[in-house]
Design a protein around this ligand. Structure first.
Ligand code: ADP
Ligand code: MG
Length: 480
């Protein structure tokens, strides 16, 4: 790694980074979130992003930290840690016009926070003792309740005794329930409390990408050394390895090498190991040979505590009455809860209005509507597709490959892309954990057929039609 040089940084590097950022995210978003309300300054070999208030800081951290990390690495030619701070005097200097503030609010309304990302610009591997990456999530900020106590305790046990009885520790549960928070919190705790422990945190997706690129470039040895010589190997979202035979095989070897040394492995997934699609039996056996623990959606007590802590951290503690109201209505996962809190905070911070019951109710209403309409449209599309093709909706989510089911599934994927505005990986997950390239191919196939619009026939169910008619009949059934 190149040593960081303060002089290099001050001579135009920050301007270059911001110019690249502007190019990447476009002038409108740049103007809303960066122009005049943030400063990027070098600070002891790191870069510090100073925001005009806590809300802007939080928003940038959740939505732009990853992009900033990539740009820093590209412009500087090496990784630099990015830290965050708030300087409220920037707001008072009257630099921000009312229009800009109003625009920011407009952009925020209806949007969601993405998952809390780590904010260092390096990759996710502690390459040598002494070089540690810090994540935003810590175990101290994790709210423990009946929904996640077992998982939290298991993590603490791993932290306290590196040779814990929970090996591997496998944490599974739905999206936004704190798995990544726990895994990154564990790595942070090692970095702070046991700097001698060499840990490595990587997502299943990144592990796959790195493996594929190592194979292509003939650098497998380097790849293997990187993951096999650690004390604690943490792989987040291993369900990403579903359907990827070669990567699973490699992961199995990695797992065997690490555990043969008595080293710890911690894994997370959105589902139980047995339910991960096309996970090899040997891998399932390894995953369930230690401790498998589930995290479930937060119960009311946990929701209250999360809201209390989160709003306090944001510098805007709420009354018990409002916290109770929010906790009663925002019953989804923690990420959704956080999104609603940020929205509430945005209202008050940008309109300079206090948060009262009426504002809280408005957020709850908007929020519930957006969640309902999102999940409804997905389910509705699949239900209508199944109805049209006279199959059971569960067949759409299954691996069945008869001509009829495969075609119906492709149509569902195409319509999900078009009307539910889901990304390819989101569709893949929604459709029962398919590979995202399957979705890409399915959507292209339907698009191609729509252009050619040749006759289409499924004799078994008496359908004789054209692709255009299939799509328009289903669209009219879902009112699109
Ligand atoms: P997952 O990895 O399960 O999809 P994340 O760990 O990314 O979920 O959590 C989503 C968001 O909710 C993150 O911002 C995280 O910090 C927060 N979160 C989840 N569970 C808790 C909890 N028990 N206490 C505090 N914050 C939480
Ligand atoms: Mg996660």
């Amino acid at each position: 790694m190149v040593a960081t040089n303060e002089l290099d940084i001050s001579s135009g590097l920050t301007e270059q980074i911001l110019a690249e950022l502007r190019k990447k995210i476009g002038p409108r978003k740049y103007m809303l979130w960066f122009d005049k309300v943030t400063k990027l300054i070098p600070n002891e070999g790191k870069l510090e992003l100073i925001s005009a208030n806590k809300f802007i800081e939080e928003w940038i951290r959740c939505n732009y930290a990853e992009i900033l990390g990539e740009i820093i690495r590209k412009v500087a030619g090496y990784s630099m840690e990015l830290t965050f701070a708030v300087d409220e005097s920037m707001l008072n200097s009257d630099m921000i016009s009312k229009q800009v503030l109003a625009d920011r609010r407009e952009l925020q309304v209806g949007a969601r926070t993405r998952r809390g990302e780590n904010y260092s610009s390096g990759d996710d591997v502690g390459k040598s003792r002494g070089i540690r990456k810090k994540f935003r999530n810590t175990l101290e900020t994790f709210v423990v309740g009946s929904c996640n106590r077992l998982a939290y305790n298991a993590i603490i046990s791993v932290l306290e005794n590196v040779r814990s009885p929970f090996n591997p520790l496998f944490i599974y549960g739905g999206c936004g329930l704190g798995k990544t928070h726990l895994l990154q919190g564990l790595c942070n705790a090692f970095a702070e409390k046991k700097p001698e422990v060499l840990w490595c945190y990587i997502s299943g997706e990144e592990f796959t990408n790195q493996f594929v690129s190592a194979v292509k470039n003939g650098r497998l040895d380097e790849f293997r050394n990187r993951y096999r010589n650690v004390d604690v190997l943490v792989i987040d979202d291993v369900h990403f390895l579903a359907n990827k035979r070669a990567t699973q095989e490699e992961f199995l070897h990695t797992y065997n090498a690490v555990s043969a040394e008595g080293k710890q492995v911690v894994l997370s997934s959105d589902t139980h190991p047995r339910k991960i699609k096309q996970f090899s039996n040997s891998l399932i056996d390894r995953c369930i040979s230690g401790m498998v623990v589930e995290v479930t959606p937060p119960d009311k007590v946990t929701r209250v505590e999360i809201i209390r802590r989160r709003t306090k951290d944001l510098g805007y503690p709420l009354s018990d009455q409002i916290i109770d109201l929010l906790a009663n209505h925002l019953t989804g996962n923690v990420r959704e809860l956080e999104g609603a809190i940020l929205k509430l905070y945005a209202y008050s911070s940008l309109c300079k209005a206090p948060i009262d019951i009426a504002v809280a109710n408005q957020i709850i209403e908007e929020y519930s509507c957006s969640i309902e309409s999102e999940s409804d449209i997905r389910t509705l599309i699949c239900a209508k597709v199944a109805e049209y093709f006279k199959i059971d909706v569960s067949e759409l989510y299954s691996g069945r490959r008869t001509k009829l089911v495969a075609y119906a599934r492709a149509v569902a994927m195409y319509l999900l892309r078009k009307h539910a505005k889901l990304s390819f990986p989101e569709i893949a997950r929604f459709m029962g954990g398919k590979n995202h390239s399957t979705v890409v191919i399915a959507c292209q196939k339907i698009e191609g057929q729509l252009k050619r619009n040749e006759p289409l026939e499924f004799k078994d169910v008496g359908i004789k039609t054209s692709p255009d008619e299939v799509v328009s009949s289903i669209e009219s059934a879902i009112n699109c």
